[in-house]
Design a protein around this ligand. Structure first.
Ligand code: UD1
Ligand code: CA
Length: 450
């Protein structure tokens, strides 16, 4: 039998009102990735025949995020926010094209896994018209309740409309539903808005399907897979679950996390073999760490590629555009941004390297600063291989230091330095013999005893 075709509809309309935020809810992040990106990534993994994303009017930022993550997805605008069923119908044109399964996923359930989506679709091929994911949250308040009888799903009652008996039900609606494509539209178009909120609830589909002599089933899954996010508290709870999963995956892949609970990862962090991560390290989005690298304590990394055997930190900050070659050392209180540092180069202490390239084997002394910004534009600093930059030097970009050149400590370098030259950009030292004794004689005091 041919695999059933599937239209996935991701509901993403709405502002961040309940999040107390100006940012749309689905653009909030968990593990360095937007809620919407998490959902779309999971959806893409089950290879639907088409994906529709329902956004609110003017939510170009949400559309752009959908486009970035899943370029094939079609966005549909829900003109007014009138409920989840109303949102699904914004994608009516896509449903009308005809598919075997219509899968509805809420954009605020970022922990969803592809296997859970597959599990939800399974009852449709067995003849169900509607399948609903259910779970038993530790705190059910706020979720719709699944009313069941002898294993059958009778209806879903929203929290706002629930009486005491319904509220006592522990089995809740996860916010993911699958519909048989043949009856999906007929069911959806019958949904009304006669409830406390005056919204078109997708959850009413269950009772309507039953009224049409069709079956609805609930598929129970773990809470962590389907946590919905309506508040900053729930966002933080989802973050904790995501972090626990990512740490476990890193440990399973052989990364040494000395104190796993203190390390924060992004959904896209990648590690080579035999990597060691010391306590209290934060990995922002888009970091890859090569084989045998060590990330020392209290470092913050984002948008960085770290070569094999490199050493980073403690207390290092790697910002986007950082590329460290093999065996590079970036030590304490060193910040790197938009810079390529070739194999074996070292910047061990108190340095800023921004908009720069550093050749292999170069040594950047303590306190070196690339002065990349003149108040208007950013400029580049090129440091050749095996160059030696003396401590406390300011390299005023645009400027190039040739291969093998030396820069004397404390220099302010404003002009290019040829290969193998010595550049000194500081005032010459003056020594005045006997000057201090003459001063003391004048003041009639002896040299202070230690
Ligand atoms: C919904 C369910 C509830 C379930 C919970 C799970 C309904 C009526 N209720 O409640 O049973 O327990 O999710 O997390 O479905 N959206 C739109 N347009 C709208 C309304 C919502 O696109 O008009 C989108 C939102 O962006 C969000 C999702 O649909 O991603 C769910 O909406 P939300 O308001 O969070 O629903 P809940 O009240 O959490
Ligand atoms: Ca929600």
């Amino acid at each position: 039998m041919a695999a059933r075709t599937c239209l996935a509809i991701v509901l993403a309309a709405g502002e961040g009102t309940r999040m107390r935020s100006a940012r749309p809810k689905v653009l909030h992040e968990v593990a360095g990735r937007s809620l919407l990106a998490h959902v779309l990534t999971a959806v893409a993994r089950i290879e639907p025949s088409a994906t529709a994303v329902v956004i609110g009017p003017g939510q170009d930022d949400v559309a752009a995020e959908a486009e970035r993550v899943l370029p094939g997805a079609a966005c549909f605008v829900q003109r007014e926010r009138r409920g989840t069923a109303h949102a699904v119908l914004a994608a009516k044109a896509a449903i009308k094209r005809g598919v075997d399964d219509v899968l509805v996923v809420y954009g605020d359930t970022p922990l969803i896994r592809p296997d859970t989506l597959r599990l939800l679709r399974a009852p449709l091929s067995a003849g169900a018209a509607v399948a609903v994911l259910g779970f038993r949250p530790a705190a059910p308040s706020g979720y719709g309740r699944l009313v069941t009888k002898n294993g059958e799903l009778l209806r879903i009652v929203e929290e706002a409309d629930a009486g005491a008996n319904d509220k006592a039900i522990g089995l809740c609606n996860a916010g993911l539903m699958a519909f048989d494509g043949n009856s999906a539209l007929a069911i959806l178009e019958r949904i009304g808005n006669r409830n406390r909120k005056g919204e078109f609830y997708l959850t009413d589909a269950v009772e309507i399907a039953r009224g049409m002599n069709k079956t609805a089933v609930a598929v129970e899954v773990e809470e962590d897979d389907v946590r919905g996010i309506n508040s900053k508290k729930e966002l933080a709870e989802a973050e904790a679950v995501a972090q626990a999963r990512l740490r476990q995956a890193a440990l399973d892949a052989g990364v040494t996390l000395v104190a796993p609970d203190t390390v924060f990862l992004s959904a896209d962090t990648t590690f080579g073999k035999d990597v060691v991560v010391e306590p209290y390290v934060v990995f922002g989005a888009n970091v890859s760490v090569g084989d045998g690298a060590v990330i020392h304590a209290f470092s913050h990394l984002a948008g960085a590629t770290i070569g094999n055997g490199a050493s980073v930190g403690p207390f290092a900050r790697l910002r986007p555009g950082t590329r460290l070659g093999e065996g590079v050392h970036i030590g304490n209180f060193v910040e790197v941004k938009e810079a390529k540092i070739e194999a074996g180069a070292k910047a061990n202490h108190l340095t800023y390297i921004g908009d720069a390239s550093v050749g292999a084997g170069a040594n950047i002394g303590a306190g070196t600063i690339t002065c990349n910004y003149d108040g208007f534009a950013k400029h580049r600093t090129e440091i050749g291989e095996h160059a030696f930059i003396g401590s406390n030097s300011a390299l005023v970009a645009p400027v190039a230091i040739g291969a093998g050149a030396y820069v004397g400590s404390g220099s302010v370098i404003t002009a290019d330095v040829p290969a193998d030259a010595l550049a000194l950009g500081r005032s010459r030292q003056a020594v005045k013999e006997g000057w201090a004794s003459r001063l003391r004689a004048l003041k009639s005091i002896g040299r202070k005893k230690a």
